[in-house]
Design a protein around this ligand. Sequence first.
Ligand code: HEC
Length: 146
Amino acid sequence: MAGKLLFVIFILYFYLCGLKQIVPILMKLAYIIIAVTAITYAGCKSSKGAQSSAAAPAAPAAPSTSDLVKAAQAKWPDITAQTIDEGKDLYNTGACTGCHGPKNIAKRSEAEWPSIVDRMAHKAKITDAQKDAVLKYVLAMKMASK
Ligand code: HEC
């Protein structure tokens, strides 16, 4: 719309003043367009920045292996970081992700998890030791988030 108007004014000026005068006018027009574009872009960028920082607060950091080991020690005093890491890998990137992504651990209760892991371990065809590691990792995550 504004572009069309400018174009009409430009053509009118061209008719009225002839070719010689057109160069400085072109320069002025170019400056105006650049300035308007820059201001619009800056405004758009800053409002976008404000929106995204408000809409996406930093996710809480996932508990580290040592946090998980500490939490799990309440239940299994001699649990090792190796078991937790094995369970974590199976759960997040290994056999447990063969059919679906890692499920939200917080959504199921501590009481529900053992039977779910039993059922899924069968589907995933993992060993009893691996199943044990997955369950310990999941329950450690629950205990660490309390
Ligand atoms: C062979 C495919 C397959 C593999 C491997 C698999 N799952 Fe599943 N999982 C499913 C299907 C299908 C469902 C949905 C139906 C159901 O609940 O049985 C599901 C559902 C789930 C649910 C939701 C169950 C509920 O009752 O809310 C959880 C949690 C889960 N899987 C965890 C795991 C874990 C942990 C592993 C690794 C030990 C795993 N899955 C491996 C196929 C699989």
